[in-house]
Design a protein around this ligand. Sequence first.
Ligand SMILES: Nc1nc2c(c(=O)[nH]1)N[C@H]1C(S)=C(S)[C@@H](COP(=O)(O)O)O[C@H]1N2
Ligand SMILES: [Mo]
Length: 187
Amino acid sequence: MVPGSLPVGQRWVPKPIPYDIGPVPSLDLRRFRLRLSGAVEHPSELAWDEILGLPQVTVEADFHCVTGWSVPALRWEGVSTRVLADLVRPREGVRWVVAHGREGYTTNVPYLQFLDPQSLLAHRMNEAPLSPEHGYPLRLVVPSLYAWKSAKYLAELEFLTHLRRGFWEERGYHDVGDPWRGERYRR
Ligand SMILES: Nc1nc2c(c(=O)[nH]1)N[C@H]1C(S)=C(S)[C@@H](COP(=O)(O)O)O[C@H]1N2
Ligand SMILES: [Mo]
């Protein structure tokens, strides 16, 4: 990927345009839990303090939405997906991660892209806590794939050996969704 270049069919916009399948869900942080489940050695549930207690990273990356907008150089802060994988120890044969939003959104992400060094569970965007419409308090961010893979209001990550499609994928969107390959729809 060449920084500053645009995948085919994209145009730059200054900030992400909120896109939701339903109303933005509210949450009391004291009740926050992230479930890590599926084909893993150590299924876990992390409270908010535990998320903040993990090593934190900052990632700067362009963000590409399948509808055609791209945002340059968003700064995300949070926990690397690799740190989470080290915690739960996915079993041999894991190929997919299904991310669940609190409001019922789901998306399947290939395990390879989930583990990309730029992928993270973000709680800050551009030097501020995630706003409600961008996924408060925590979202998955996978900059290497179209934005619909970056599940907001994250409640659960399920590690799977077999493909189970998420909300948009069930409706014909691509299982991988690489913007540099124009993987919008399943063929
Ligand atoms: N929980 C949840 N996450 C979601 C969505 C959603 O409806 N619910 N929409 C997806 C889609 S289609 C896009 S394009 C991006 C948009 O991110 P933004 O709302 O922060 O701009 O969020 C993705 N993550
Ligand atoms: Mo989207």
